[in-house]
Design a protein around this ligand. Sequence first.
Ligand code: ZN
Ligand code: ZN
Length: 406
Amino acid sequence: MNPGDLIVRNATWLDIEAGDYCEGDLEIRDGRFVDVDAQPSVSDVREIDAAGAYVLPGLIDCHVHVTAHTADLPALGTDSPNYVAMHTARLMGDMLDRGFTTVRDVAGADYGLHDAQVEGLLRGPRLFFGGKALSQTGGHADPRGRGESYVDSSATCSHIGRVVDGVDAVRAAARDELRKGAHHIKIMAGGGVASPTDRIDSTQFSLDEITAVVEEAEAANRYVAAHAYTGRAINRALRAGVRSIEHGNLMDDESVALFLEHDAFVTMNLVTYWALMEEGREFGLSQENWEKVSVVLDGGMTALERAYRGGVNLCYGTDLLGGMHRHQSREFALRAEVVPIIDIIRSATSTAARLIQREGELGVIAPGAFGDLIVLDRDPLRDVSVLADARPSQVIQAGKVVAAGG
Ligand code: ZN
Ligand code: ZN
């Protein structure tokens, strides 16, 4: 029996594009769907019966940090990578249990974790990674307090970023991350919450530096993802060719026009601000950084509504740190206040797949796509809590049942 072969009988499965359910048996061979409406008759294949349940493509979270076992990101840099990997294994296994069969890590994960997942050493979602994020001196991934002068940017340290200044240096850093297999290059294009010396309203990197990184990523048929909150930071990044904006909480109307013009994506992550307000300090976020959270939380819901109404490509993201990772599915409930549930599901499946350059292969139930599925007890289009507050009764990845029991 091939472990990547599976037949899901009597499935009520969601056609993501149509936004409606189909009925039938789903056949997965060697990890991929071979047919979605034929009548498979073979008997040498494992079968599960999904009668009465609702079947969706496996979910994709486009903004995670699988190495962030603490919210105190500057402290992460002093941990042993081996120690961090043990935490990562736990965090990634939990993500899979929640139905996320694919994640995009946007600072921290590397080829070692990617390879371990592919080889089956590490139970977790498929991992798309960017290596270390590029930050200017004093930028969002510069971990130093004002009195500290040393930054360890060595390949093996656990810090999520590297500090680089100047066109030549950022170009070399981008090439270095691509050399190590990065699926995208992450840059810090504006201020952030969990960083010691920058302001939320700052822009970071010169236009020349951003343009150089975009050029390197595109040369390798990859793309740039930029951390940016304000309209000012977002708009200059989009104009410079950045394809993926992370957060975007303080975007303006011009941002919406630029997203459409460039067919760019925004990955918001309201849940992390909700969680940081609730629990950030007990998981290591400093008082000063905690106070920055309210600024971006207030803008987030308004920006989501603005982006949705404007027709911007929206992706599901969470950006949770430390013990707050357990709220990963709550983003569904927060977004449901302004976005129809089918469109939130698209943001976590088909639109996400387009962002990570795997359109038609991930986030969809169709011939040739990877056999990644979640089985839910109730209809998520009627009741978002089955996604937000419960776990799937079964999670299937490349035709293997990888989590079961709800
Ligand atoms: Zn960020
Ligand atoms: Zn992040």
